[in-house]
Every structure is written in C-alpha cells, then in structure tokens.
Write a protein that binds this ligand. Structure first.
Ligand SMILES: C[S@@+](CC[C@H](N)C(=O)[O-])C[C@H]1O[C@@H](n2cnc3c(N)ncnc32)[C@H](O)[C@@H]1O
Length: 309
C-alpha cells in the first residue's frame, strides 16, 4: 500500500490502528520519553493526528504533521479539538515533496505495513531523516526486525480429499484443484495464527534500520532447525518494531495480538520435517501479497523442494 488513492477514505484502517492498545501505549510512552521541552517534531503520515498531538502534549515547541490523504482534514480537527493548534501545523503533502528546514529533533512515524515491503516506509523515513533531522536526532521507531519460521497451515488441496467412490477414480480432480490452487497462491495475513503450528522458532532474518537504509532486500535467505515433527507448508512472518529504550511491539503469534497480525507465505512444495532437521529457506518478497515465493531446501540430504511457479 503506498499511493494516496489507497489511503483516501480508509476510516476502517484508522479505526483499527486506534483500537490497538499495545501499539498505542508503547508509541505514546516512547514519544513522551523522547520529546523534551522545546523539541521540534516531524510526524510522518499523521493520519488521525494521534502522534502529533501526543508529541505536542509531551512538551514539543513545534510539531509538523504531514499527511497526504483526505484524512488530513480530520487530523486538523483532532488538533483543534485538543487545543493544540498553536503547536501543531498540519501539512497536506507527500513526504517525498516536503520542503522544510533541517531543524527537527524527533521524527515520529507509523508507516509500518504488514511487513517492511509495504507502505514505502524505508524510502519515506530515509528521505525525512536525511533532509530534516538534526544530527543526533531520534527516529521513532528506529528499527523493524523481520522474523520468519517454517509453518504449517492447512491451505492446499490434498489427494485424500478425492477418494475412490463407487469404485470410480476421481484423482484427476485433485490434480485440477491443485493446479487452480497454484495459480491463485498468494501471501495472506492472519490476525492471530495458532502458535502451535510453528515447525521452528521465529528467526530474525532482516533488520531494517529506519532513517539509514534506503532499499529493502529483493530476497531473504535463512536456515531453520525444526523444533517439532510435521509438514512445513510455507513461512510465517512477523515483526519487532523497536521504538527505543526497550519498547518493542512484537507481532509474533507467541505475543498478544496487534492490528498487524502475521503474514503467511505458502510454498508451492511442502517439506516434511523431523525434530532437528535443518532446512534452508529462500523467500522472494514483493510489494503486494501477490507473487511472494518460498523455496525449501533440506540441508542434511540436499534434496530440493522447489516452490517456483
Ligand atoms: C498506518 S497509517 C498511520 C496513521 C497514524 N500516524 C497512526 O499511527 O495512527 C499511515 C498514514 O501515512 C499516510 N501516508 C502514507 N504515505 C504517505 C506519504 N508518502 N506522504 C504523506 N502521508 C503518507 C497515510 O495516508 C496514512 O494516513
């Protein structure tokens, strides 16, 4: 999600962001800690205006709230209703086109999509930090760690679903159903996956340093050791969103649910694992949920389970 068209009128998304108390409490505490009396704060993608107002209440001398969608009018109203119009300036602009002095002590943002490949977070935060942040200034959050693990989800047709009936062989329908499944296979978001479906521990496979990094990787490779016996049908991905001073939002299914949920990417070819089996996982992410690809390679035997369509 990136262009203004996908953000206009998305009240239901903003309602879900405001309904995420884990997110809100950690963001509010991190911003309140970082903003000092007299600080200048730049709030990227202000949306409803929540973090701009929190920064103003924390003692900021000036807050610039930037929002490119039609939510900007509601952002202005939030600021006015809070009586913070003398501190918060709301600007309707694309972050890429902002023209501001380099005078900000703190940059706040919640441009964290389902994972780091969405919402142009890395590009936008880098633009803002490199142009407008004072040396030694803070970016909140400053790091997003992507975690992944082989996972089991009953997501695909299985041969046993087409048994012989009345002495007739229906196996050809399984093949057709499987071909259809392959053609429509895509990554999907779960609000809270059953953690007992993990085949291995979640590993940190990529660290995005916000304000510093300029691009997201085109592929991710990692090794995993099975912690239980079962069939890995794909990869589950979660994040740790680091707000500094030990405040971390985890979207792992082993932690209480947040609005982000987890992304599950089905592999075309499953792999059977025993406890202790080592597997090499190659993931090819894309900007949308379409076109993600996962390939498993068993490390001890060298047998390859290709999942390329
Ligand atoms: C995930 S929402 C966060 C809203 C609010 N900051 C919050 O945390 O509840 C991201 C916001 O960033 C805005 N946004 C995304 N890309 C932008 C860009 N390039 N320039 C300005 N605003 C942008 C969207 O319109 C959306 O309101």
């Amino acid at each position: 999600m990136s262009g203004v068209g996908v953000w206009n009128g998305r009240y239901e998304l903003h309602r879900s962001f405001l309904g995420d108390t884990i997110r809100n409490d950690l963001y509010a505490a991190a911003i309140t800690d970082a903003v000092k009396p007299g600080s200048h704060v730049l709030d990227l993608g202000s949306g409803t205006g929540i973090w701009a107002c929190v920064a103003a209440r924390a003692g900021a001398a000036r807050v610039v709230a930037v929002e490119f969608s039609d939510l900007v009018e509601h952002c202005r109203e939030t600021v006015a209703r809070a009586g913070l119009g003398h501190i918060v300036e709301v600007v309707r602009a694309d972050i890429r086109e902002l023209d501001l002095p380099r005078e900000f002590d703190v940059i706040t943002h919640e441009l964290v999509g389902g994972l780091v490949w969405e919402e142009d977070m890395i590009e936008l935060v880098h633009i803002a930090a490199s142009r407008f942040l004072k040396p030694g200034g803070r970016v909140i959050p400053h790091e997003v760690r992507v975690q992944m693990a082989p996972w089991y989800i009953a997501d695909r047709p299985y041969r046993g679903g087409w048994p012989d009936v009345c002495g007739l062989d229906f196996g050809h329908l399984y093949a057709a159903e499987l071909a259809q499944w392959h053609a429509t296979r895509r990554a999907m978001t779960f609000s809270h996956t059953d953690p007992t479906l993990a085949l291995a521990d979640l590993e940190t496979v990529y660290v995005a340093r916000l304000g510093t990094d300029t691009v997201v990787p085109a592929s991710i490779g990692f090794e995993s050791v099975a912690t239980r016996e079962g069939v890995a049908t794909g990869v589950l991905a979660a994040m740790e969103i680091d707000l500094g001073s030990g405040r971390v939002i985890s979207t792992s299914p082993f932690e209480p649910p947040t609005n982000w949920g987890q992304l599950y990417v089905p592999a075309a070819e499953v792999i059977e694992l025993d406890v202790g089996d080592r597997v090499r996982v190659e993931v090819h992410p894309t900007l949308s949920t379409e076109g993600w690809d996962v390939r498993f390679t068993r490390i001890d035997t060298g047998s390859t389970h290709s999942s390329r369509r």
